[in-house]
Design a protein around this ligand. Sequence first.
Ligand code: FES
Length: 153
Amino acid sequence: MKKTRKKPTETDVIGHRGERWLYTSIVKEHFFHPKNIFTSDKEADMYERTADGVGQVGSPKCGDVMRMYIKVDKETDTIKECRWKTFGCCSAIASTSILSEMVIGMTLDKAKKITPLDIVKALGGLPARKIHCSVLGDQALRAAIEDYKKRKR
Ligand code: FES
């Protein structure tokens, strides 16, 4: 009797516990071509001097770090630029890349209402174990907005 083989599941990465992760084409695009990212610390340091708000957060779940910088139109409290750098994984890079595009032109109040779920939806989904990675950019953005508000007072 002929043995039937199981059709292989489409997989991009096999996790350390054997779980199979599939990333959407949007995630891959933002991971391989991240938007608004700094490619060197020198560039980020130079930019920080003229940034209106800076926020940094670390993930207690994995120890990764995200630092985000915003420039704001002070008349309208609208985000003009959003740049960032990270020691984070593929999902953190993709999440923050798409977030940095979403918030440009947005008021600070509206940007603060963006949730990690909004980011995951914009990416077309993330593997369940990687959802926490989308929180890093979201929290760094909130910290940068708070920093801007503090400086403004
Ligand atoms: S595993 Fe650390 S941010 Fe994704």
